[in-house]
Design a protein around this ligand. Structure first.
Ligand code: FES
Length: 334
């Protein structure tokens, strides 16, 4: 699901900034090269972390008809790699480099039924899609799962617009989403679009396959920012180049390798395109695959990993390296 359109960089100016939950900030940006965002669009943004420039992706929540403005939402991740801290610090008047809206998660208009599934901040990829489906009077259900109502961005607006088409699952109200029950209500003609934590998307993909539902009818957006384990420090070695470096919990393996002077290939930096693939020569620990590029079988084989998002942990039991002193060690070739 790599981007199929060309990146056009421009200047974005913050024209509105407000907190929509304790952890989520909504930013409205004016575009120097106006372009309307279709449902499923995102923009790439250049952020500065420790003086270095990095690209991050954000779903467009909405945009004005004339394309002058796009709105995004920035979630302050507990294990932020620095991008969300930079973005949350922006105020009205600040300028940054952004792309025009890019599309790699298009909504196919014309399906008989839709389910839109959002977990947590994944709702940002769904708001615009759900609005379009509402406006064209499509048969759709928007399923929104979160840990508490207070943490669920845009909930009041979604309730007001979608009424009975919105189904809300809240962990701390005892109504957590049950993937089996959700999929039991999906018929073969339904298209399901989802964005959320990798565990949720993985469960849906497995259930989808197990029911023999049509693969093209399952569509997803991922920004590769959550994994099976909490991020921890690990070591990466590239014997052919004589490189050994440490990957901190707040950076990606790709960033650490770039920082060590290794010439890396990449495109999406979201675990989707596979261009950053590295070959595993040795492993002390476990790979935390966070990509959506490999099949489950390929991930289990632990022969390759997408280093832009995937990591290593010292233990599958959750005993963290900082508690045990044991760090995972990944030996690779690039
Ligand atoms: S750069 Fe695309 S999967 Fe890593």
């Amino acid at each position: 699901m790599a981007a199929t359109n060309i990146e056009v960089w421009q200047t974005g100016t913050v024209v509105e900034a407000e907190s929509v939950t304790a952890e989520t900030r909504r930013l409205v940006l004016s575009q120097s090269l106006p372009k309307k965002a279709e449902p499923g669009s995102h923009i790439d943004v250049m952020v500065t972390i420790n003086g270095e420039r990095h690209k991050r992706s954000y779903s467009v929540v909405d945009s004005s008809e004339d394309g002058l403005r796009v709105a995004i939402s920035v979630y302050r991740a507990p294990q932020s790699r620095g991008g969300s801290v930079f973005m949350q610090g922006l105020e009205v008047g600040d300028q940054l480099e952004i792309t025009q809206p890019l599309q790699n998660f298009p909504l196919r208009v014309g399906a008989p039924r839709y389910v839109l599934l959002a977990g947590g901040i994944g709702i940002t990829a769904m708001v615009n899609m759900a609005r379009v489906l509402h406006n064209i009077k499509a048969d759709y259900t928007l399923v929104y799962a979160g840990r508490s109502r207070a943490a669920m961005a845009y909930l009041p607006q979604l309730e007001a617009l979608h009424g009975g088409a919105l189904r809300v699952h809240v962990d701390d109200e005892g109504t957590a989403l049950k993937v089996d029950e959700l999929l039991a209500g999906v018929d073969p003609k339904t298209e399901l679009y989802m964005c959320g934590p990798i565990r949720l998307m993985d469960a849906v993909k497995r259930g989808w396959d197990a029911r023999g539902l049509s693969a093209p009818n399952l569509r997803y957006e991922t920004f590769g920012n959550s994994g099976w384990f909490d991020p921890e420090e690990f070591v990466v070695r590239v014997p052919r180049l004589g490189v050994e470096t440490t990957v901190g919990p707040g950076e990606s393996m790709l960033e650490a390798l770039e920082g060590a002077g290794v010439d890396m290939m990449f495109d999406c930096r979201k675990g989707e395109c596979g261009l950053c693939e590295v070959r595993l020569l040795g492993l002390q620990g476990t790979v935390d695959h966070r990509d959506v590029f490999y099949s489950e079988r390929q991930q289990h084989a632990a022969a390759k990993m997408c280093c832009c998002v995937s990591r290593a942990v010292s233990s599958e039991t959750g005993a963290r390296a900082d508690a045990t002193g044991e760090r995972a060690v990944v030996t690779i070739d690039v």
